[in-house]
Design a protein around this ligand. Structure first.
Ligand SMILES: Cc1cc2nc3c(=O)[nH]c(=O)nc-3n(C[C@H](O)[C@H](O)[C@H](O)COP(=O)(O)OP(=O)(O)OC[C@H]3O[C@@H](n4cnc5c(N)ncnc54)[C@H](O)[C@@H]3O)c2cc1C
Length: 285
């Protein structure tokens, strides 16, 4: 399976092996299969924060399906498989009159991907709604709290081979109409400022500790519209890289290197990438 088919930017070479476990038992079987062969494991959600190596990924790549993508609601809680999309979770929360997940309406990922990098927007993030996550690895499984997962700004302590199989969110009662209105407003704000209709992987760099965000900084550097191969720095928001047709991961990495160099020269800031890298990718830290 080419990673280009599993990532929103649409780049990346083949995975050594690919499986779609649809239950905890199937997930455990897949992890045991990889462990017997000494093969690394990487889980992919919607691939909306991923840049995978052009030469491929020497690992068993998993995409959770079936029971591992189901969603259910209870009294003030929502439980979801790690592969459940934020859109489906938000829809279920709204139907049950549960608020708190609205901030995730413009984050096109899954529950597992949200935990992995403590995704967030509009002043909220996963650490604020997550009660605990069931993390499964070849060595065993357990439920971990946000503190045990080490959630901080766009970070968790999770490592490849640890699969977020299930999550429980704590939500609060809120009228459906209010949830709908908040979501509509947040999505309209996004569409006005970010290239939501292009092939991207979301924010390229984390916002540095500086009065300017990464996007504004790269805009000041004159990088909007800068193109290498098939990848272009979004003319709409400079902290996004678009696949303008035929882009490779190498094109995106070259743009990232140029952006870091220019931000370093002009602002003395060392930008850190927010996008997750999969496979053998050389990037100066
Ligand atoms: C248009 C656009 C807007 C975006 N806006 C935001 C935003 O506002 N805020 C924000 O934080 N992000 C944003 N993103 C980035 C991205 O959507 C989030 O980071 C999202 O949480 C990634 O989820 P995913 O399921 O797609 O993960 P993937 O991109 O598939 O994977 C990301 C990482 O998580 C790991 N992973 C995924 N699923 C699991 C699992 N079940 N178990 C263990 N590890 C797993 C992967 O191995 C990888 O390391 C945006 C992206 C796009 C394209």
């Amino acid at each position: 399976m080419p990673l280009a088919k599993l990532t929103t930017i649409g780049t990346g070479g083949p995975a050594r092996a690919f499986a779609k476990p649809a239950s905890l038992a199937e997930l455990e079987q897949a992890l045991a299969w990889a462990a017997e062969r000494g093969l690394a494991v990487a889980t992919v959600g919607l691939g909306s924060n991923l840049l995978a190596a052009d030469q491929g990924v020497d690992a068993l790549v998993l995409r959770l399906a079936g029971e591992l993508a189901n969603v259910g609601t209870g009294e003030g809680t929502l439980t979801a498989g790690g592969g459940a999309t934020n859109a489906v979770c938000l829809h279920a929360a709204r139907s049950a009159g549960l608020g708190g997940l609205e901030f995730a309406c413009a984050i096109p990922g899954t529950a597992g991907g949200g935990v992995w990098m403590n995704a967030g927007a509009y002043g909220s993030d996963w650490s604020e709604i997550l009660v605990h996550a069931r993390v499964v690895a070849a060595a065993g499984a357990g439920w971990l709290t946000p503190a045990e997962l080490g959630l901080s700004y766009r970070h968790s302590d999770l490592r490849h081979g640890q699969v977020v199989a299930e999550v429980e969110y704590r939500l609060t009662p809120r009228p459906q109409e209010e949830i709908k209105a908040t979501v509509a407003e947040l999505i309209a704000r996004r569409k006005a400022t970010q290239p939501t209709n292009k092939r991207t992987f979301g924010s390229v760099f984390k916002n540095p500790d500086h009065e300017l965000g990464a996007g504004r900084m790269l805009e000041v550097c004159g990088l909007k519209g800068h193109r290498i191969g098939g990848a272009v720095i979004s003319p709409m928001h400079a902290n996004f890289i678009e696949n303008a047709g035929g882009a490779t991961t190498a094109d995106a990495l070259a743009l990232m290197a140029e952006a870091r160099r220019r931000a370093g020269e002009q602002f003395g800031v060392d930008l850190r990438h927010e996008v997750e890298l999969l496979g053998e990718i050389e990037l100066d830290e």
